[in-house]
Design a protein around this ligand. Structure first.
Ligand SMILES: [Zn+2]
Length: 477
């Protein structure tokens, strides 16, 4: 019988300690590469530099990675570790190497210095998502090392004990929709993304609510439809105010769009609520019930008293199709009544809501009088996606969390935003947000995404690496 891949608990402590040290240094090194999207003038090829650096790390373990550059400076990197082929389709470790810009003014640490202070690594990308890139790399390194220790060539021979292949794919351009990254890869290198299952960003991160440590595993994500609303008013002299001033009409448009719509509880969120309400103390559970209920007054009252608005706002977004008016333009001079105005609105669709339905909701919200002076144009669309919240890989994610944190409560959840999972979905790869981190109870994780002082703790990484390793080992062995 072939040797199995060693479970994390059977790996020597010094090996783990070295793997965690290497992980911390890799996170810091990746943060220092300014892989900003859209690319900054000072670092036009940051994603390519990052992709090449990762490729060099993979080469150093004896693997033979491939880097592609579909547009100048926009790099993605991929490598395949072989199993013996008897276990079914591969497992994909998916990540992105671009980050959103980080104006440094309000940061307490330079966003690209990767300072390590009081056990935290600070920097743009610390949670979104260079920590997970480095954890996935860390697992690949451990597997390649096991192949080398068994006298095998990691680039060609099966990794000892693996029955499925493991794919590592790290793409550019996730933060702008993936056209120069995962979308291009899906179209031109589908074998980099086609798998029996994929692990991606966002889920598997602990959220402490009312003293209970929940681990939401992302199985679904909302879709995106962005619209430009062009509003027709009448030009005139500012000395004689008019009701069809396009700026005044734009204000009415914004006011109507900003109201939360009715709730609709999808099957994934129904399961999330059942499990969370059962796990939380009664008062927190009943607040959750009120937030999820269809009585807007009760829901808003619950939101107002929520112990943590960060989670309450996320929950509110996960229970309805949302509209957020985020851009408004009108006017050319203080004494000229504007005849034109533009409002752009970010709409997020629950699974089951199509683009025509979203547009109809938007127009209904404006009402007949306002919509008669508005042209609505679709700017961007991405459909919602959903992976099964059951089956071997999902069950394994749940079991592995419980194994490493017996007090933890894993449960399926939807993300309010989109990731590259929309591109793996087109290839039929069920994709789970699972970047395991056990955080301090007070860590404002959701606010650090694209926020200031983004950071990740060394302790969270130390906990996450063996969790990810065990998931890969169990699913592929
Ligand atoms: Zn991300």
């Amino acid at each position: 019988m072939k040797s199995a891949v060693a479970p994390s608990r059977q790996i020597d402590q010094p090996v783990w300690a070295a793997a965690v040290d290497e992980l911390v240094e890799t996170v810091r090194e990746l943060i220092r590469i300014r892989s900003i999207n859209p690319p900054a003038a000072a670092a036009p090829d940051g994603e390519l530099v990052a992709a090449r650096r990762i490729a060099a790390m993979l080469s150093a373990t004896g693997l033979e990675p491939e880097v592609i550059e579909p547009e100048s400076g926009r790099g993605s990197v991929h490598v395949r570790l072989r199993g013996d082929g008897t276990g079914g389709g591969p497992l994909l470790l998916l990540s992105h190497l671009d980050v959103v810009p980080a104006p440094p003014e309000r940061w307490s640490h330079d966003p690209f210095s990767a300072d390590l202070v009081d056990g935290y690594i600070y920097g743009r990308g610390a949670v979104d998502m260079k920590a997970m890139v480095a954890m996935e790399l860390g697992v690949v390194r451990l597997l390649a090392a096991q192949a080398r220790a068994a006298g095998r060539d990691p680039a060609r021979d099966p990794i000892p004990g693996l029955r499925r292949d493991v794919l590592f794919t790290c793409t550019a351009d996730e933060e702008a929709g993936g056209l120069a990254g995962a979308k291009w890869v899906a179209d031109h290198r589908p074998e980099w993304l086609r798998a029996a299952g994929a692990l991606n960003e966002c889920g598997g991160v602990s959220a402490t609510i009312a003293g209970r440590r929940l681990y939401p595993i992302q199985v679904a994500e909302k879709g995106l439809a962005a619209y430009r609303i062009s509003i027709r008013g009448t030009w005139g002299h500012g000395s004689m105010p008019r009701e069809d001033n396009a700026a005044v009409l734009a204000a009415a448009v914004i006011e109507r769009l900003a109201v939360p719509g009715p709730t609709r509880i999808t099957p994934v969120m129904a399961r999330f609520l059942d499990l969370a309400i059962a796990a939380l103390p009664p008062d927190a559970g009943s607040m959750l019930s009120a937030l999820a209920g269809d009585d807007p007054a009760r829901a808003e009252a619950a939101l107002a008293t929520a112990c943590d608005l960060m989670y309450a706002r996320a929950l509110r977004a996960l229970l309805r199709d949302t509209m957020s008016p985020d851009v408004v333009h009108a006017g050319i001079k203080y004494n000229v009544i504007p005849g034109d105005a533009v409002v752009e609105v970010d709409c997020r669709l629950l699974p089951g809501t199509t683009e025509p339905v979203m547009r109809a909701l938007l127009i209904e919200r404006l009402g007949p009088e306002l919509s008669a002076v508005c042209d609505v144009e679709l700017l961007v669309f991405g459909a919602p996606v959903e992976a099964p919240a059951e089956g071997p890989l999902f069950d394994l994610l749940v079991a592995t969390i419980r194994d490493h944190d017996p007090d933890g409560i894993p449960l399926p959840v939807m993300a309010p935003f989109a990731t590259d999972a929309k591109h793996t979905a087109t290839l039929g790869t069920p994709t789970y947000g699972f970047s395991p981190l056990r955080l301090d109870p007070d860590e404002r994780f959701l606010e650090r995404f694209h926020g200031v002082d983004e950071r990740v703790s060394v302790e969270a990484l130390r906990w996450g690496l063996p969790v990810l390793y065990d998931v890969v080992r169990r699913f592929c062995a």
